[in-house]
Design a protein around this ligand. Structure first.
Ligand SMILES: Cc1cc2nc3c(=O)[nH]c(=O)nc-3n(C[C@H](O)[C@H](O)[C@H](O)COP(=O)(O)OP(=O)(O)OC[C@H]3O[C@@H](n4cnc5c(N)ncnc54)[C@H](O)[C@@H]3O)c2cc1C
Length: 558
C-alpha cells in the first residue's frame, strides 16, 4: 500500500504527539541501525516508532489506520538471516516493542511465564536463575539479546525438549488493526483460571493466526517452561560417511518415536563445524572459493576437537531422573552403535576437567591454561541445551568476512556479515535427508558458497535442514550472487517438495508457486482482520510481496 507524503507527515506528527519526538523518527535520519541488514538486499523501514505499553500500541495502531501508514511490528529485531528488523516492502514504519520488556508473571508450580515482546531470552534465563525457580526456558542458538516472543511468532526452535516454541505458547494478547484487543485461548473469559495452561480454548483456536502472519501485534504471551530435570547430559557422535548419516537419521527417528529422545539432535556437516571454530581459510586457499569439501574435512580433523572431527557431527542431550537418564544413555549408545564413537559430556564432566586444569597449572601453567580454555570454550555449547543462551553460536556469521574482526560476535548486522538461511522441512528418513542435502550442496557449491548445514532433528517425523549461506556484504558481486543463489535454492526446494519451515523477507513472493487455496484463504483473513493493510504488508503474503518486487521495492539495507 502506498502512502502519500502528506499522510505520512501527519501520521508522524500524531505519533510524536502521543509518544514524544524522541520515540518516533523518520528515515533517512533516525533509523538508529534499524535499516541495517545481513541480507544482500533489504528494504529499509520508513521510520521507527518505540512503544512502551499495550495502550500505546493501541493508539499507534489507530493513527496508522487513520492515515493509512503501515507498521512493521518487531519484538527485538534480531531476525538475522531472515530480514533482521527490515520490512518486506517500502513505506513501512518499524513498531519497535523492545522497550515493552516486562516478565509479567512466572508460575513455578505450573511452569509457565507470561512475557511482553521485548523480553530477551537472556533476560528470562537470568530472571529464572535469580529467583531460584527450577525451570528452563528453551533458548535458541541465537543471541541472548534475541526475543522470546518474536522467536515463537516466527515458529523458531530451541535446544530443549520444548524446542518447538510455538507449540509451547499458550494464551496471547493481540492488538488488532482497528485497535481492539483479542485474548486468544481461554483468555476471552476474564476470570478463566487456566488461560496460560490450556492451549485450545473453546471454538476455533486462534493462536495460529498470529504466528508467521501479519494479522495483529502480539503484546503479551504465555510460554511454557520446562521443569529442571534431576540429571542431564549431552552426547556427541562423529560420522565420516554419508551412508552413516542416512543410517543415523533413521535410528534417531526411532529413538524419538519410542520416547528415548525428547530433545533435539543437531547434525552439522564439516563446513558448519569448521565455521563454528574459525573464519574462512583465505590464506590457505589463496582467496579461492568455495572451500573444497576434502580440505574442510582435513582441517577439521587437524583440530582434534573431540566429537567435531567428522564429515557429520551430531550433538544432542538427554535428561530425566538419574536412573531414567542412565537408561536412556545406554539405549542411545546401543542404538547408534557402529556409526562412530558416542561421547557423553555432562556438566560434571566439565567441572572435573576444570578441577584437573587447576591442578595441572600448578606444575605446567601453559597446559593448565590450555585446559581452562578448552573447558571455557565447551561450556556454552553444553549449557545451551539446558536453557542458557550465549553469543557463541553467532561467531559462524563471520565465516566469509575477509576483514578480521576481534572479540565475540554480538550483532552480525553491525559487522557487515552477509547471511541467508535456507531451512527446508524434510521427512525424518535417511534417504530423504540425503536427497535434500544433495540439492542444497549442488546448488550452493556451484555458486561458490559452502553449504553450512546443521540438520535439526527436533521433531518426531521431520527434520529441518537449516543451512546458512554466509557471504561478505562488503563484496558487492558476492552479495549479488548470494541473493540469487538463495532465491533459486528456495524455489528449487519448494519444487522438489521441501518448503522452508520459515521464510525471510526476500522470499515471501516465492511461497505460492501454484496459486493455492491456502494462500487465498490467508488473503481472505487479511481482508477481514486488516482491510487497510496496516500490518506488515507482504509478510507471509506472497502476492503482495510479489508486487513489491515488481515495483523494485528491494534496495540496499546498509
Ligand atoms: C548464528 C545464528 C543462529 C541462530 N539460531 C537460531 C536458532 O537456533 N533458532 C531460531 O529459531 N532462530 C535462530 N536464529 C535466527 C534469529 O536470530 C532468531 O530466530 C531470533 O530469535 C529472531 O529475532 P527476535 O527474537 O528478535 O525476533 P524479531 O526479529 O523481533 O521477530 C521476528 C519477526 O516476527 C514478527 N514479530 C515479532 N514480534 C512481533 C509482535 N510482537 N507482533 C507481531 N509480529 C511480530 C516480525 O515480522 C519480525 O520480523 C539464528 C540466527 C543466527 C545468525
Amino acid at each position: 500500500m502506498a502512502s502519500d507524503d502528506s499522510k505520512v507527515r501527519q501520521a508522524v506528527a500524531a505519533w510524536q504527539q502521543l509518544l514524544g519526538a524522541d520515540r518516533v523518527s523518520a528515515a533517512p535520519q533516525g533509523l538508529d541501525g534499524f535499516g541495517d541488514s545481513t541480507l544482500a538486499q533489504a528494504v529499509p523501514p520508513a521510520g521507527v516508532i518505540r512503544a512502551r505499553s499495550r495502550d500505546e500500541v493501541v493508539e499507534v495502531v489507530r493513527v496508522a489506520s487513520e492515515f493509512g501508514v503501515p507498521l512493521y511490528p518487531i519484538s527485538r529485531g534480531k531476525n538475522w538471516g531472515y530480514g533482521d528488523a527490515c520490512p518486506v516492502g517500502p513505506g513501512q514504519f518499524v513498531l519497535d516493542l523492545s522497550q515493552m520488556n516486562r516478565i509479567v508473571e512466572v508460575d513455578p508450580e505450573l511452569a509457565y511465564a507470561v512475557v511482553e515482546p521485548g523480553v530477551s531470552q537472556g533476560q528470562l534465563h537470568d530472571h529464572l536463575e535469580e529467583q531460584g525457580y527450577p525451570l528452563w526456558n528453551s533458548c535458541t542458538g541465537s543471541s541472548p539479546d534475541a526475543s522470546v516472543l518474536g522467536n515463537l511468532l516466527e515458529r523458531g526452535f530451541g535446544m530443549t525438549a520444548y524446542s518447538d516454541h510455538a507449540a509451547h505458547a499458550c494464551g496471547m494478547e493481540v492488538v488488532l488493526a482497528d485497535g481492539t484487543i483479542l485474548e486468544t485461548g481461554l483468555g476471552n473469559y476474564p476470570n478463566a483460571r487456566s488461560r496460560h495452561l490450556y492451549r485450545w480454548g473453546l471454538g476455533p483456536n486462534l493462536d495460529g493466526l498470529f504466528s508467521q502472519s501479519n494479522l495483529g501485534v502480539v503484546v503479551r504471551a504465555g510460554i511454557w517452561l520446562m521443569a529442571r530435570p534431576d540429571a542431564f547430559t549431552t552426547f556427541r557422535l562423529t560420522m565420516d560417511r554419508d551412508a552413516d548419516l542416512e543410517d543415523a537419521i533413521d535410528r534417531l527417528r526411532r529413538l524419538r518415536l519410542e520416547g528415548t529422545l525428547s530433545s533435539p539432535v543437531f547434525i552439522a556437516n564439516a563446513f558448519r563445524s569448521l565455521a563454528q571454530m574459525r573464519p574462512y581459510p583465505w590464506a590457505e586457499t589463496g582467496g579461492a572459493t568455495p572451500l573444497p569439501r576434502e580440505l574442510a574435512e582435513s582441517m577439521l580433523r587437524d583440530t582434534r576437537v573431540p566429537g567435531l572431527t567428522g564429515r557429520w557431527n551430531a550433538i544432542g542431550s538427554l535428561h530425566g531422573t538419574r536412573r531414567g537418564m542412565k537408561a536412556a544413555a545406554r539405549d542411545t549408545k546401543a542404538a547408534l552403535r557402529g556409526l562412530g564413537r558416542v561421547y557423553f559430556t555432562a556438566p560434571s564432566t566439565l567441572d572435573r576437567f576444570q578441577r584437573w586444569g587447576r591442578l595441572v597449572s600448578a606444575i605446567r601453567p601453559k597446559r593448565g591454561r590450555e585446559i581452562a580454555g578448552m573447558v571455557e570454550g565447551a561450556r556454552p555449547g553444553l549449557d545451551v541445551f539446558r536453557g542458557v543462551p550465549s553469543h557463541q553460536g553467532l561467531g559462524i556469521s563471520r565465516w566469509r568476512l575477509r576483514r578480521k574482526v576481534e572479540g565475540r560476535c554480538e550483532d552480525p548486522t553491525a559487522e557487515g556479515c552477509g547471511l541467508y538461511w535456507v531451512a527446508p522441512v524434510c521427512p525424518a528418513k535417511g534417504s530423504e535427508v540425503l536427497r535434500c542435502v544433495k540439492i542444497i550442496e549442488e546448488n550452493m557449491l556451484t555458486r561458490s558458497f559452502e553449504p553450512l548445514i546443521r540438520i535439526a532433528a527436533a521433531n518426531d517425523r521431520v527434520v529441518f535442514i537449516t543451512t546458512l549461506l554466509a557471504f561478505d556484504r562488503e563484496d558487492a558481486a558476492e552479495a549479488a550472487r548470494a541473493g540469487d543463489c538463495h532465491r533459486e535454492l528456495v524455489a528449487k526446494l519448494l519444487d522438489e517438495g521441501y518448503p522452508p519451515y520459515r521464510a525471510g523477507v526476500t522470499e515471501m513472493d516465492l511461497l505460492d508457486p501454484n496459486g493455492s487455496t491456502h494462500w487465498e484463504v490467508v488473503s481472505t483473513l487479511k481482508q477481514a482482520l486488516d482491510p487497510g493493510a496496516i500490518f506488515a504488508p507482504g509478510r507471509y503474503e506472497p502476492r503482495t510481496a510479489a508486487g513489491f518486487r515488481t515495483v523494485g521495492g528491494a534496495s540496499s539495507g546498509r
